[in-house]
Design a protein. Structure first.
Length: 238
């Protein structure tokens, strides 16, 4: 098997039955067809280890920005890797070619931050002549990918402007961008296969390498991560 195009699904485990297990999806491609499962495993080990390491040019590990509503342990995270080389159009890729666990030791703390709050990392591939808007479509959107990073821990992740608007701090924005830079291109140990982090367009049935990553100075929200209610406070009215 070639393992030229991989889709990696990272999933964290929630400690609360009311909060869904959040995840991060990453896509990689290699021009080489010489990769085998040992190269896939080496790539995944690099990606998962990056969560608990301080990237070059950063201040903190990515893991410290994730909330302690998640399980912190040597096997707190799970991963699945799919070979999508023959399924770039989005057809079912079948069973994962590799599964396993990874460490989530070092998670941050929760301090009243809603679990649906997140920071969006935008992965931008070169868009060439693709326009932002066209009749009934948005071609340039196929050149962008997003990572919804969260649920968030409190602390260095937050700051306010002169009008008291709450926003992600420069520190977390820099650290997470440097994290993407650290996992953007990786040459595996077993066979020196160079893998590139990519934007995967199912519409165009291709993966494109990245040109840049950015984070806006505002938070986003994912309703599906907000969880379910456990109780209701009801006050009868006359």
């Amino acid at each position: 098997m070639a393992f030229s195009n991989l889709h990696i699904k990272l999933q964290f485990t929630s400690r609360s039955p009311l909060v869904p297990n959040p995840g991060i999806d990453l896509s990689y491609f290699a021009s080489s067809t010489a990769a085998d499962i040992t190269d896939v495993a080496d790539l995944v080990n690099h990606v998962t280890a990056s969560l608990i390491a301080v990237p070059s040019g950063a201040t903190n590990k990515p893991i410290v920005y994730l909330s302690s509503v998640l399980t912190a342990s040597a096997t707190g995270g799970k991963y699945e890797v799919y070979d999508v080389t023959s399924h770039l159009g989005g057809t079912p890729a079948g069973s994962p070619v590799l599964i396993g666990s990874f460490s989530t030791v070092g998670l941050g703390v929760s301090s009243g931050i809603p679990e649906g709050d997140c920071i969006v990392l935008t992965l931008q591939a070169p868009y060439g002549s693709d326009v932002e808007f066209a009749p009934g479509t948005r071609p340039r959107a196929r050149d962008r990918g997003r990572i919804y990073f969260g649920p968030l821990a409190n602390g260095a992740a937050f700051t306010t402007d002169t009008n008291s608007r709450t926003m992600p701090s420069t520190t977390i924005r820099t650290d997470l961008c440097q994290w993407i830079k650290a996992i953007n291109v990786y040459s595996t140990g077993p066979h020196s296969i160079p893998y590139n982090l990519a934007v995967w367009s199912r519409k165009n049935a291709l993966m494109k390498s990245l040109q840049e990553v950015w984070i806006d100075d505002r938070f986003d929200y994912q309703r599906r991560r907000g969880g379910k209610e456990s109780t209701k406070t009801i006050v009868g009215l006359p």
